[in-house]
Ligand binder design. Sequence first.
Ligand code: AMP
Ligand code: MG
Length: 427
Amino acid sequence: MAEPYPREGLLLEEARRQVLAALPQALATPDAEGVDAELLPLVACGGRVCAAPVLASEAVPGFRASIMDGYALADTVLPEPGQRWSLVGRSAPGAPYGGRLQAGEAIRILTGAPLPPGATRVLPQELVQRLESGSGLASSPQLALSSEVGDNPWIRAADEETAAGAVLAAAGTRLGAAELGRLAACGVAQLSVRRRPRVGLLITGDELVPAGAARGPGQIWESNGTLLAALLERLGYPLAEQRVVADDPVALRQALLDLAASCDVVVSTGGVSAGDTDWIRPLLAELGNVAFWKLFLKPGRPFAFGQLQGVPFFGLPGNPVAAAITALQLLWPALQQLEGAPVQVLPRLQVQLAADLRRGAGRPELARARLAVDAEGRLLAHCDGSQASSRIGSLAGADLLLEIPAELGALPAGTPLWAQLMRLPIF
Ligand code: AMP
Ligand code: MG
């Protein structure tokens, strides 16, 4: 079937497939210091990837514990209202009762405290009455059941969190707060995590001056360095090196060689199109190879992927929004794969356009939108303001990347669309 619009460049999914197919499943070599995994204290492992399986050295909690404040009993049949026990001791967290519990006896027990041997159930304190101790020194205080008891024994099993020897985290697991908290609960103090790919960023453009510096005529403040550094940091890949170089082929050539020698991945921004001062593509062809250099995508048409002296290379566009979006769509999956983790992309939701949208049809678009929920619980996408790929304001405050098919030009309010959720899950 003929395509309704002339298609130039790769569809995003195809580009991602090609990028991942061209890269190894994990960094093949240790870094310059011989490191391919690092042993770090648990708190430093957030967002990192387990290098080896982590096994539980012991069962956790390791003892049967009470889930309620109440009284532990040794009875084997379900107690009945009016039944009595003599209170013989106490078990608190960290201060277990030393003896074995006999039928007819009870101990005071607090939440999280160990059950003594012989104990079969805990009576929540709301269900019982403590009676004044009888006369005579020998008699112990009495406990009476004041209401019906359910089946729940209110006991946490000794291996509720884990059995000894169980796998707590498989190799390749990405570690979030929940995984780390569980490892801490299982007594793990440090972990071996995979080395993260070292990312080198080359920023090119004659017009760029650092933010804070005075601008000459036609100059702009350089922003992609900050944008990409912050984005990559948020994704768990802090930049290892950053260079800003004019559109000068000799200086660019040297910078590319330097970065390829010291980094696992080289990324550039700007100078990747076909203009007179765009040197990235010819230099990539000279120093390595260009696998592809155009995307059928708005924003992000000029985008080069290839190898630079054997090092994966990503030539991002100069326009800031296009640079950020292509980094998210193509560079992020590549970095995850190189780190040896399963590749995770942004979750997709089905949403409806909150208002009519007009756009120039022709290319698939990732439009920036805010997410709202209407009174019926429907997910609505508000796509307002200019979608120009130079306007970083279109990214600020955006929750979604709306996937607009190439052929759609006029989209009425209510149009269902897929959207990528940019606000990431917490755990
Ligand atoms: P280029 O891809 O070099 O043609 O750049 C496309 C547009 O993005 C131009 O308007 C550039 O001025 C702008 N641009 C390129 N690099 C940067 C940067 N690092 N920071 C901000 N804007 C940039
Ligand atoms: Mg340029």
